[in-house]
Design a protein around this ligand. Structure first.
Ligand code: HEC
Length: 429
């Protein structure tokens, strides 16, 4: 109650003083700490954003645009409904942070005293997760044409690992980000027959359907998607993915030509756990592979469900659809009948493929169902819709649709895993 009163008082105070902006807000003292914490992971040289926001000279020309972007909540990109759950990687700004940025712009973008500036945030050049213990790169560059559609390409990369390792963090870095739509990784354990006739290191196009047969494409070591931000290992809990000796890493590469022919050599960096982890990280997916979204429908609903095969804790979720994707909801139902909504994304944006990492893991006893509901807008009102007159089916290109509810859960590292699968896969209804 007391807190609420104070909050109320603060809101009123802001409202009263909103007109003459407090002139005390300066870049060095007030703005830079926010940029460091909320923006620089993307807004620094070599990263995903078009301009750096590292210092006053970087930020000053963008002041008006920053004000606009934070007031409209366009930046930082974050789409979870704040009334459902708490997320460790929630990068949305607090009201106070928004007010500060706006006050800086409206108060004349003062630089302030250099002595007030916090030390610059340290980044490892070229990697967001920290310094990798091992880097595996495609040995040959893939030529990406200037135009046209490129089918999903695959490449198998041997790890040459002599013993089992626990991977604490991994990061996929495209060679040419401008043409990379996504990369999905899979772990191919020794002895696997999956695409066994393909030559390692050589990019290939598998026969239709072969790549995903049996749900082998498991995203085992993460991937690269627009807007994905890798958290430094030091920030995360001690959980890891098992990578067995002699395993290969398989990339699925989706190139989207952008008018200029180029080449790409994608690489993956791995950080190994120095001691056995407390939790083993696993992947699941509540997905629908057969779907038909009627032409013109503005709110078409689909559901998919999967069952978790072990006692576990839910740790993250990543919904995925294409240009007609509109909204998502994840709900878990435990064998005792208790259920809860664990993520709601009321306005899905295809340009940002975000993973939502839960602040506190959610318990899922063996047999818990993870239900995904997705809504699609196939009407002319959807500005991204390439063709509202068309019934849409499942397909790899963005003009076709998908309905994927990826999630991660953790199990005891001693848990016996049946048939080497890390996936809980489910069908739809
Ligand atoms: C996850 C990565 C990411 C984070 C975090 C992020 N940005 Fe961005 N930002 C981008 C990308 C990519 C673009 C260009 C594409 C776009 O406009 O959507 C962009 C564009 C912008 C633009 C130009 C907007 C326009 O309308 O042209 C501004 C201003 C901006 N960001 C400010 C910020 C500020 C301020 C923060 C932190 C409070 C922030 N961004 C955090 C990735 C990010």
């Amino acid at each position: 109650m007391r807190l609420r009163l104070i909050a109320l008082a603060l809101t009123t105070a802001t409202a009263i003083f909103a007109a003459p902006v407090p002139s005390t807000v300066t870049f060095n003292k007030d703005v830079l700490p926010i940029l460091q914490k909320r923006c620089q992971e993307c807004h620094r040289p070599g990263e995903v954003a078009p301009m750096a926001l590292m210092n006053y000279n970087d930020a000053r020309p963008w002041a008006k645009s920053i004000r606009q972007a934070v007031l409209t909540k366009k930046m930082p990109p974050w789409f979870a409904d704040p009334s459902v759950g708490h997320f460790a990687n929630d990068r949305s700004l607090s009201k106070n942070e928004i007010d500060t940025l706006v006050a800086w712009v409206e108060g004349g973008t003062k630089e302030g005293n250099a002595k007030d500036a916090p030390p610059s945030r340290e980044f490892v050049d070229g990697w967001n997760m920290g310094k990798p213990d091992m880097v595996i790169e495609m040995p040959n560059a893939f030529p990406v044409p200037a135009s046209g559609q490129v089918e999903y390409q695959y490449v198998i990369l041997p790890t040459h690992l002599k013993e089992d390792v626990w991977v604490l963090a991994s990061e996929v870095r495209p060679g040419d980000r401008s043409v990379m739509h996504h990369v999905i990784t899979s772990i191919r354990e020794p002895g696997s027959k999956w695409m066994a006739d393909q030559q390692p290191g050589v990019v290939f196009l598998p026969p239709r359907g072969a790549a995903n047969r049996g749900g082998v494409l498991d995203g085992g070591l993460g991937g690269y998607v627009p807007g994905q931000v890798i958290r430094p290992v030091s920030e995360g809990p001690h959980r890891a993915t098992l990578l067995k000796a002699g395993s290969d890493i398989v990339f699925q590469l989706h190139y989207t030509p952008n008018g200029k022919a180029t080449t790409d050599k994608t690489k993956i960096g791995l950080i190994f756990a120095k001691e056995p982890p407390k939790e083993r990280l696993m992947g699941g997916n509540s997905a629908l592979l057969r779907l038909a979204i009627p032409a013109g429908e503005s709110n078409y609903q689909l559901k998919a469900v999967s069952t978790v095969p072990y006692d576990s804790e839910l740790v993250s979720m990543m919904p995925h659809a294409h240009l007609r994707g509109k909204a998502f909801e994840y709900k878990i139902t435990r064998p005792d009948g208790s259920s809860e909504v664990v993520l709601r994304v009321p306005k899905y944006d295809f340009n940002w493929q975000l993973t939502y990492w839960l602040d506190a893991p959610i318990h899922m006893p063996k047999g818990t169902k993870v239900e995904l509901t997705a809504w699609y807008d196939n009407s002319a009102n959807n500005p991204y819709n390439p063709d509202p007159t068309k019934e849409v089916h499942w397909g790899e290109q963005t003009t076709e649709e998908m309905m994927m509810g990826y999630f991660n859960y953790v199990v005891d590292p001693g848990q016996e895993i049946k048939d080497g699968r890390t996936r809980a896969t489910g069908g739809g209804q």
